[in-house]
Design a protein around this ligand. Structure first.
Ligand code: 4NP
Length: 153
């Protein structure tokens, strides 16, 4: 499996999602490719937000080597599953997908936990650090379900 996590800035939510899924994939000895990107370009080249780095560190995950990049339409070919953190990102990705087989790769991350409910990983950028812990927990639950759904049976 090749999985791409996508948020707006690629500095808060999707770097956590990349780090958490990579950690779980490694623990299980799987060969998945995991990456993340943002639909916006404001933070390209930057490290994850310090609050994301901190919360990941508290759970034993190092995300300091990540650098933000913008989603590239080529990613529709490079990945099997493209997971949007919220409905705005889902819509942006769907608008960029020109082929039906590309559209089928796009899914709302929390849809794997609560199918069809449209639940979102809230943007924690303008809040305090407690928002980042909530985001971490939401993503962690989703990654467990992702591995159960797409991993080896
Ligand atoms: P992210 O959070 O999409 O989870 O990385 C954000 C980071 C930066 C901005 C918005 C959301 N921004 O507007 O700069």
């Amino acid at each position: 499996m090749r999985v791409l996590m996508v948020c707006l800035g690629n500095i808060c939510r999707s770097p956590l999602a990349e780090g958490i899924l990579k950690h779980k994939v490694h623990q299980r000895g799987l060969q998945w490719q995991v990456d993340s990107a943002g639909t916006g370009a404001w933070h390209v080249g930057e490290q994850p937000d310090p609050r994301s780095i901190d919360v990941a560190q508290r759970f034993g995950i190092d995300i300091t080597d990540q650098r933000a990049r913008q989603f590239d339409p080529q990613d529709f070919e490079r990945f099997d599953l493209i997971l949007a953190m919220d409905r705005q990102i889902l819509r942006q990705l769907q608008q960029m997908a020109t082929h039906p087989e590309h559209r089928r790769k796009i899914r709302l991350l929390l849809d794997v936990v609560h199918p069809g409910q449209g639940q979102e990983v809230p943007d924690p950028y303008y809040g305090g650090s407690e928002g980042f812990e909530k985001v971490f927990r939401l993503i962690e639950t989703a990654c467990d379900r992702l591995l159960a759904e797409y991993g080896p049976q």
